[in-house]
Write a protein that binds this ligand. Structure first.
Ligand code: ATP
Ligand code: MG
Ligand code: MG
Length: 379
């Protein structure tokens, strides 16, 4: 078997590696962290930074192809690897996903509507911001995730203070939109341009972090579903993207579909595909990397994913204690995925629970029971 490499050792890299191994590949992970979730399950663990030339050379020597699981891996490192082996996604696409200003310019280029916004990189641009963007959210252009690097502002004074607070780094200001719901689409595109997608996922965020993903017929209006798939595909095609891409959307209270952001990798909202679809998002990633055929995934069961954040380890005591897995797993159709992280911290993603059922009603009933056992608020 050939060896497939991944930049980044988090849970996404771990699940990629596990899937690649199930398909007969060896895996190599590049991550500084000794106990990274992906490093723990991989054949090779290169303990170096993303920009270390020696680490990158070692990865290139071991691997037949390389992918990334970490959004902020330097695009230059991907480009460097691409000189000697296939890299997907390309550094050029990842560079756009890493920068909210470039990302939004790409949406505009693809004629996919996004929130009205302004780029703030200079005091002049800050002063020139149009009042129609208030109330809004200031987001750092780079490195934000799970709602980090974001400040909600209602007045110009708050806007000025927020930009100071964020360290005057390049930001975008987005108009605060009235959301009816959030959803996302995962697409996979091969080197030959073949493109497939997972069904549209409906997502519930709490405190800026994904909490619940629900995927079953009737969960979203059919017109939004078609629009979201078409928009996600055109965003990927516009990037000449190779690999797995997640596109996040808002549906506004007036029914309008607006793109939020993209992630150049498998995504938390696609984890249900591990248990509810004939091809998971991680298998799509392996197939893209290795030029294996991409078949349109088929969802065979209604599904709900519950994110397992570190908070759940602190429900009954101030010291971390595992939730009652025995009670959860006594429910039908529950698949537990834990990431091998030993120190539970409150907002840390520790794992997820995929629930499948014969009908939407059945899967919802089970998911609500599991949530009650775990101490997750009902949804
Ligand atoms: P992720 O972990 O998904 O990468 P992130 O830190 O990049 O998160 P965003 O997706 O930009 O953050 O925003 C997080 C959440 O904040 C959104 O899912 C949505 O609930 C809310 N939000 C963001 N932008 C807006 C907006 N313009 N109007 C209303 N709500 C918004
Ligand atoms: Mg993001
Ligand atoms: Mg997001």
């Amino acid at each position: 078997g050939a060896t497939l490499g991944v930049l980044g050792g988090g849970q996404l890299g771990r699940m990629f590696a596990q899937t690649a191994q199930a398909m007969g590949y060896f895996t190599a992970v590049l991550d500084k962290d000794e106990t990274s979730p992906a490093g723990l399950v991989s054949h090779h663990h290169i303990r170096s930074g993303y920009e270390d030339p020696q680490g990158l050379a070692e990865l290139a020597r071991l691997c037949a192809a390389v992918t990334t699981e970490f959004e902020n891996v330097p695009a230059g490192s991907l480009n460097r690897l691409a000189e000697s082996l296939p890299v997907s996604p390309a550094g050029s696409a990842v560079a756009i996903a890493q920068d909210r200003a470039a990302e939004k310019a790409h949406f505009v280029k693809c004629s996919v509507p996004c929130a009205p916004y302004a780029v703030i990189e200079t005091p002049g641009q800050l002063a020139a911001v149009n009042d129609v963007l208030l109330p809004g959210i200031v987001k750092t252009a780079r490195m934000g995730y799970d709602g980090k690097g974001q400040v909600r502002v209602t007045t110009r004074e708050e806007l000025n203070t927020a930009w100071e607070q964020l360290g005057r780094v390049p930001c975008v200001l987005e108009k605060m939109l009235p959301l009816a719901l959030e959803c996302s689409v995962i697409v996979a595109r091969g080197r030959d341009g073949t493109i497939v997608n997972l069904p549209v996922q409906r997502n519930l965020h709490r405190d800026g972090i994904l909490a619940v993903t629900e995927v079953y017929a009737g969960n979203l209006p059919a017109t939004q579903v078609e629009k979201a798939i078409a928009a996600a595909r055109s965003v990927a095609i516009g990037l000449d993207y190779v690999g797995v891409l997640c596109v996040e959307f808002f549906v506004l209270t007036d029914g309008m579909l607006v793109v939020n952001e993209i992630a150049p990798r498998p995504h938390n909202s696609g984890h249900y595909s591990q248990n509810a679809c004939d091809v998971s998002q991680f298998e799509l990633q392996v197939r893209c990397m290795t030029n294996l055929p991409l078949t349109q995934p088929r969802q065979h069961s209604p599904s709900i994913m519950l994110n397992l954040l570190g908070d759940l380890w602190f429900k009954n005591s101030s010291e971390a204690r595992s939730p009652a897995w025995d009670q959860v797993l006594a429910l039908p159709g529950c698949a537990l995925h834990l990431y091998g992280k030993h120190d539970a911290k409150r907002a840390r993603k520790m794992g997820h629970l995929n629930i499948t059922g014969a009908t939407p009603e059945a899967v919802r009933a089970t998911a609500l029971k599991a949530a009650a056992i775990l101490g997750i608020e009902p949804f």
